[in-house]
Design a binder for this molecule. Sequence first.
Ligand SMILES: Cc1ncc(COP(=O)(O)O)c(C=O)c1O
Length: 370
Amino acid sequence: MSTLPRRYGDSTRTLKAATPPAQPGRPVAPGPVPVSAYHLSADESAELDTYGRASNPTWRQLEAGIAELEGAAEALVFGSGMAAVTAALRVLVRPGSVLVVPADGYYQVRRFAAESLAPLGVTVVEADHAEIFEAAERADVVLAETPVNPTLDVVDLHRLARLCRGRGARLIVDNTAATPLAQQPLACGADLVVASATKALSGHSDLLGGYLAASRGELMAALARERLLTGAVLGAFDTWLLLRSLAGAGLRYGRQCANAQALATMLTGHPAVRSVRYPGLPDHPGHSVACAQMQHFGSLVSVELADAAAVHALVARSDLLVASTSFGGMHTSVDRRARWGDPVGDGFARISLGIEDTDDLLADFGRALG
Ligand SMILES: Cc1ncc(COP(=O)(O)O)c(C=O)c1O
């Protein structure tokens, strides 16, 4: 796969990232290579694909495309975002390590750290987007999430990376909410990117996947070994579905981000909405940092309504909204985060913008909010 200059737009780049080099006589968009038994040759040192859990051609194409978009030397795909996060943490922490995880981010990450790593002798420190800089002063490994899911606060990645590098700590950044189209954490100084590909990167709400990406090779060799030994793999058909979905990601994500900006603007000051959080709003506390490190402000908007009943009523009155806890898909969806135990109010709703026509969405929200 050739490296595409950054002057190309998102749609050109995602289409190219999902497309193998042209070979006359072969289909433009190939199908999955089933992960079955591979033939072996007599030259035992020269083989690439020997067993599907170690490597296979469908993964390789997807990994090359993701690495291209993340600005990474290499990427590794996993069976889910959590499979990628847990592989990264297992490889980077040791008994005695101090690990910082987001107190305000995706809740199952801190659950894994508390339930699986703390009993092994890892000191787990939970820090929110504001506390993370102080916590990083004493850490060996820092996992940051930005924008934070679900509060959409923004962490200054250049500042955090300088701090971590200065004291030899490893910085992992969860790029799920932003996607590599909006943000490239490695270019900001992170050591490792982790993300769920279940969300906007695949965008069709029909698969689970995850990946890791890094700009240096040694770490990736250890992570590839972890995947091989634990078997946290992405199936060949899901890999292929993800590749096919990636081709349209630039187009989808552009519309999703435009819809998010339009909705956030419309809801600001709406009498039924107590507060609106979106990094693209000029009065968002992280707006200037977002401008410095993001190319898009993302497809998520979080709002605070009066209470849980108001969130349910919004969905019931809307023609377009669906209630769903995943996000990043083509349908605009809403999730009331307090139901999962996130430290937010009862009426806090994370809205994931889809690809519907902007005017239709705004009109529908206007009607449904009353
Ligand atoms: C920020 C973040 N990271 C990681 C994950 C885990 O991804 P997956 O559900 O693909 O395991 C999620 C899931 O919602 C997430 O929101």
